[in-house]
Design a protein around this ligand. Structure first.
Ligand code: RFL
Ligand code: PHB
Length: 391
């Protein structure tokens, strides 16, 4: 096979880029290691910033998102038995976020790729990238069953997530890695129950962080902070609901509707950045290059900003022979990536309980919250980041 851009990874980053490029007449092939069913069974993000939603519309994938997604103008931070509302609308000059699940985003992107007969190869095993520095001969190989196939291309986009092969194809002496691992994870539960609050609640509690989120008015998504040593099997549904209730202000806990979990999983929290995001003809995008703890709802949204920059750069290359965007991609994407890192780290520190946290740090955390609730300027800074910094 021959194509212009070979995209490794059929998650939201890869599919969105493929769809946007196709609409500009630029050929792509997407190679995905898993089956479509598997990709669509992963429950992840829930909050989309304005820029991401705009990209979905640009990709002609915004119709169901705009119909079924919920516009949220604010969220709550609960602390010390009280809740404080953070007004997104007021402090961002009228912006908001959309609550629409990543699973639905991915489903819409697959439907759009099908409609345009975009090439998405599933169950592509042992993907390998070759001759990334070559000016004439970059290619990708993969296996399907007993057959090894080859795709010749101008560029490879590594959109294959944190555990993918693309980042690992950059030589060790070129790649710089920055990492912070947090001493806890999030245990998440999806349940077909009425959400306890129409708006998200981020709760700080001495027993640990909790988050009340939702996918719709009949589908709830809740998370609690757990030690890294916990396993999903350790948590019965009853134990989860019990612990969640203990971490919420009593007025909210009393209204919690519980039910059987549809999905239950633990995600460790990690901050990670790989630099540069380009090596020869390879460009990294999304979780392949960076990870944030989910506290600030930045992961998918930051993947979206990478896609935005890369899309613009590739269009300029193919349409006008202008390579400035491609040459600037790594620097431009990383500038925004680091701001998302800073915000996610800050929000994680604000709301989580650290094991053996020194009394001094505990006091600072309490003061940070008190300052936030007393200062409209501090709230405006939070909001500016949460609704998404401009591209
Ligand atoms: P993905 O989604 O990991 O997709 C990568 C795809 O590449 C495939 N792959 C390979 N394919 C071929 N060959 C290989 N060798 C391959 N290796 C891997 C994989 O099968 C997969 O299909 O990365 P992408 O597209 O960059 O998307 C990133 C987002 O998924 C991620 O940032 C978000 O889910 C993070 N996140 C959130 N982000 C937000 O913006 N808002 C949120 O509210 C939010 N909540 C969350 C989150 C992530 C969470 N977890 C589980 C980490 C909540 C949670 C709990
Ligand atoms: C979610 O609904 O999965 C979600 C929402 C907000 C976050 C993280 C996850 O900050």
């Amino acid at each position: 096979m021959k194509t212009s851009v070979c995209i490794v990874g059929g998650g939201p980053s890869g599919l969105l880029l493929s769809q946007l490029l196709h609409l500009q007449g630029i050929e792509t092939v997407v190679l995905e290691r898993q089956s479509r069913e598997y990709v669509l069974s992963r429950i992840r993000a829930g909050v989309l910033e304005r820029g991401f939603a705009a990209l979905m519309r640009q990709a002609q994938c915004g119709e169901r998102m705009d119909r079924e997604g919920e516009v949220h103008d604010g969220f709550f931070i609960a602390h010390g038995g009280q809740q404080h509302r953070i007004d997104l609308h007021k402090f961002s000059g009228g912006s908001s976020v959309l609550v629409y699940g990543q699973t639905e985003v991915t489903r819409d992107l697959y439907a759009a790729r099908d409609l345009l007969q975009g090439v998405v190869v599933h169950n592509a095993e042992d993907v390998q990238l070759h001759d990334l520095k070559s000016s004439t001969g970059t290619y990708v190989t993969y296996r399907q069953g007993d057959e090894t196939l080859r795709i010749d291309c101008d560029y490879v986009v590594g959109a294959d997530g944190f555990h993918g092969v693309s980042r690992k194809s950059i030589p060790r002496d070129v790649l710089r890695e920055y990492e912070k691992v947090y001493p806890f994870g999030w245990l998440g539960v999806l349940s077909r129950t009425k959400p306890v609050s129409p708006e998200l609640i981020y709760a700080r509690h001495a027993r640990g962080f909790a988050l009340c989120s939702l996918r719709s008015q009949v589908l709830s998504r809740y998370y609690i902070q757990v030690p890294l040593t916990d396993r999903v099997e350790d948590w019965s549904d009853a134990a989860f609901w019990d612990e969640l209730q203990r971490r919420l202000p009593s007025s909210i806990a009393g209204q919690l509707v519980t039910g059987p979990s549809i999905e239950k999983s633990i995600a460790p929290l990690r901050s990670y950045v790989a630099e540069p995001m380009r090596y020869g003809n390879l460009f990294l995008a999304g979780d392949a290059a960076h990870i944030v703890p989910p506290t600030g709802a930045r992961g998918l949204n930051t993947a979206g900003s990478d896609v935005h920059y890369l899309y613009q750069a590739l269009v300029a290359h193919y349409r006008k022979g202008d390579d400035t965007g491609l040459d600037r991609y790594s620097e431009q994407a990383l500038a925004r990536v680091w701001k998302a890192q800073r915000f996610s780290w800050w929000m994680t520190n604000l709301l989580h309980t650290y094991p053996d946290q020194p009394a001094y740090d505990q006091q600072l955390q309490a003061t940070e919250l008190a300052y936030l609730f007393s200062s409209e300027k501090a709230q405006a800074a939070l909001v500016e980041n949460y609704v998404g910094l401009p591209y």
